[in-house]
Design a binder for this molecule. Structure first.
Ligand SMILES: Cc1ncc(COP(=O)(O)O)c(C=O)c1O
Length: 353
């Protein structure tokens, strides 16, 4: 029997997305766990360079899917793993990480600015100092995070022969910036739409105010891996809209994903309706199991005041990045750097009336 259909391990078996038609002009890339791509590539590269030695300690800060992906890769590779997280981590995920052999530190207090992220980074520094020879994957600034998306771009190019627009959420910037940089080698005209959350600093909002209910996209600190010049358009999506769209993705297409997929789907479906002659692809980063007691629970949505029964028709267009929560909005970023956009705009930042 040939072994070509048999993967070396589970990470290799599920690292790439399933490619699904959503509309005649829209394709979904449904990942079981997108972060397996950067986790696998970063660890492979660190072993090659000697930054990580066989069996060495890996330490990282994460409250989400990157931690799970690292835990799977580390366990299969025989590495020890310490993850620094915050109280937002859900108990089943924590148990799963620990079952995979990871040590999980929970930071209990947010920093004065930058929220939990600053506090988590401080604890991470301490872990790295106390463990000489340990390796930190640094998903926010390691170029091997965006660099890991070549197989995804290749899959998409093979499956379609070329697309006109890529739509995805932006957290570290790895997936959208990485995939689009490879695709643009083949299709330089490719449009890229980034989807962010309100009160994320990535595209010029401030993170002041209460915590973001929509998690997994956006950031309280600016990730160096975000290449702002990749983006033609930026959308800011509200939690309720993203949650409704997550449920629509499930109810219309039987695609069971997390809320960042919903946020991306909201924007992608709007884009597809408005560009019937172009072909788009949208990235769905994880599955819905972690969110069954939250986004998939109407009582939780009502309790959080985040239940919508119908989706808004479309976004409003902003003439500059604003602070503020509502509404779903977009801005023509125009492949400019952050300073090019915000240098002119920063002095005029003010809450939306
Ligand atoms: C569930 C989920 N969706 C989307 C993203 C954003 O992807 P990226 O970090 O590649 O920008 C993340 C990042 O952690 C995530 O965990």
């Amino acid at each position: 029997m040939s072994g070509t259909l048999i993967n070396a391990n589970m990470v290799d078996a599920i690292a790439l997305p399933r490619v699904v038609w959503l509309r005649p002009n829209l394709i979904g890339l449904a990942f079981p766990l997108m972060k397996l791509l950067p986790a696998r590539f970063i660890i492979r590269k660190a072993l090659e360079s000697g930054e990580l030695t066989p069996g060495g300690l890996i330490a990282e800060t994460t409250s989400g899917t990157f931690g799970l992906a690292l835990a799977m890769v580390a366990r299969l590779g025989g590495h020890r793993l310490t993850l620094v997280s915050d109280p937002a981590i859900d108990a089943p995920l924590k148990r799963r990480l620990e079952d995979l052999g990871a040590t999980v530190h929970i930071v209990e207090k947010a920093g004065a600015s930058g929220g939990y992220q600053t506090a988590r980074l401080q604890v991470l520094e301490r872990v790295l100092e106390e463990n000489p020879g340990s390796f930190c994957p640094r998903q926010y600034d390691n170029p091997n995070n965006p660099g890991s998306y070549a197989p995804c771009a290749e899959l998409l190019a093979h499956a379609t022969g070329g697309i006109d627009c890529l739509i995805g959420t932006v957290g570290s910037g790895g997936s959208v910036c990485g995939t689009s940089s490879y695709l643009r080698l083949l299709f330089p005209e490719l449009q890229v739409i980034g989807v962010d959350a309100h009160r994320s600093v990535i595209f010029g909002q401030s993170d002041a105010g209460s915590g973001r209910l929509l998690r997994g996209l956006g950031n309280s600190l600016m990730p160096p891996n975000v290449d702002h010049t990749a983006f033609d358009l930026v959308h800011w999506v509200g939690a309720a809209e993203a949650f409704r769209a997550t449920r629509e993705l499930h109810q219309r297409h039987a695609i069971f994903c997390g809320p960042t997929s919903g946020a991306a789907f909201l924007v992608a479906d709007w884009w597809a309706r408005n560009n019937p002659d172009a072909l788009g692809a949208v990235i769905f980063p994880d599955e819905g199991y972690r969110y069954q007691d939250t986004i998939y629970d109407d009582a939780w949505l009502e309790e959080k005041n985040a239940r919508l029964d119908v989706l808004p028709d479309g976004p409003v267009e902003w003439d500059r990045p604003h602070d503020g929560d509502d509404p779903w909005a977009f801005y023509r970023w125009g492949r400019r750097s952050f300073d090019e956009v915000m240098g002119a705009e920063a002095g005029r930042l003010e809450p939306v009336a």
